[in-house]
Design a protein around this ligand. Structure first.
Ligand code: ZN
Length: 300
């Protein structure tokens, strides 16, 4: 670089430099490409103001939007598991974990659990955080899920699970696949205790997370337009050698084909969940009353 360039370049750069605007003030809708101001997006619960696309939201925002008066208590989850297989791809898994567990984040992994009141009834919610390694399920997430079911059983409360996940965590190999069995058994324990178990599918719910606890809800709810499936569309098409409809793994298609019970927009979710919990819980109360009446009548 000559003395002339050294002298003139910085000055020219200074003139043409764009003003410092933080990039995260605007967010681009992944579906329609609309740029949305961050405050508008937050007040619309991260639903695109243009096309209604439901973007991923953090467990914190979920809990705030679902619990009465946004009041809830976070459950302390077991300490996160560190790289049990010493796995390395382009980066060490331990390094990926360290980056994901940044100091701003209270969570040890991709699942957070909270309890509080919904419609004045004690409820436990377990919500996935997609921004933590794609919401993937490893041993820590499995541990968190078990803690959530134990808490629900001890409080005699319904459990709502909100997955948002790319599936099992490949860096934990077979250990991550084992979480499919562990979480399934945990759901069984919840059902044996006669407690409602509700799943709210969000975009995306795929792989081992779909193929285990997510598909076992007493009521399966989905947010509009969510991608829900096990394998990707292209993989299935190549396997069965048939073209599939473009929307065949979307909430609305699954609703039409009986895999999902309801599709509920995010803004109505709290209200509808309260209604469902009330129906399921009251039904339980009624059944207990009927059983005791039947027994006292000496029919059984
Ligand atoms: Zn949009």
């Amino acid at each position: 670089m000559s003395w002339l360039e050294r002298f003139t370049r910085p000055k020219v750069r200074k003139i043409f430099r764009k003003p410092d605007i933080p990039e995260d003030l605007w967010e681009k809708c992944p579906k329609c490409g609309q740029m949305i101001f961050h405050r508008d997006l937050a007040s619309n619960m991260k639903v695109c103001t243009q096309c209604g696309f439901h973007m991923q939201i953090s467990p914190k925002r979920r809990f705030e939007s679902l619990f009465d008066d946004s009041i809830y208590e976070l459950l302390d989850l077991p300490k996160g598991v560190n790289d049990p297989l010493r796995f390395r791809d382009r980066k060490r898994y331990s390094e990926r974990l360290r980056e994901a567990r940044n100091p701003d984040r209270s969570a040890v992994d991709a699942l957070e659990v909270a309890h509080g009141k919904m419609g004045d009834r004690e409820t436990v919610i377990a919500a996935f955080d997609f921004s933590f390694l794609g919401g993937s399920m490893g041993v820590s997430v499995g541990n968190g899920f078990l803690s959530a079911t134990k808490l629900a059983i001890s409080k005699r409360a319904p459990l709502i699970v909100i997955p948002s996940s790319g599936g099992a965590r490949m860096q934990e190999g077979a250990l991550s696949l084992m979480q499919m069995a562990r979480t399934t058994i945990a759901v069984d324990e919840l059902k044996a205790a006669d407690l409602p178990y509700i799943v709210v599918f969000t975009n995306p719910t795929t792989g081992g997370v779909t193929a285990s606890f997510s598909m076992l809800g007493d009521i399966a709810i989905a947010e509009p337009g969510a991608l829900i499936g096990f394998a990707g569309q292209r993989v299935i098409e190549e396997t069965i050698r048939q073209k599939l409809p473009d929307d065949f793994q979307k909430s609305e298609y699954l609703l039409d084909h009986g895999m999902v019970d309801m599709v509920i927009p995010r803004k109505q979710l709290r209200e509808e969940l309260i209604k469902i919990i009330s129906i399921l819980t009251d039904h339980g109360d009624l059944r207990n009353i009927n059983e005791s009446q039947t027994n006292s009548a000496g029919i059984i």
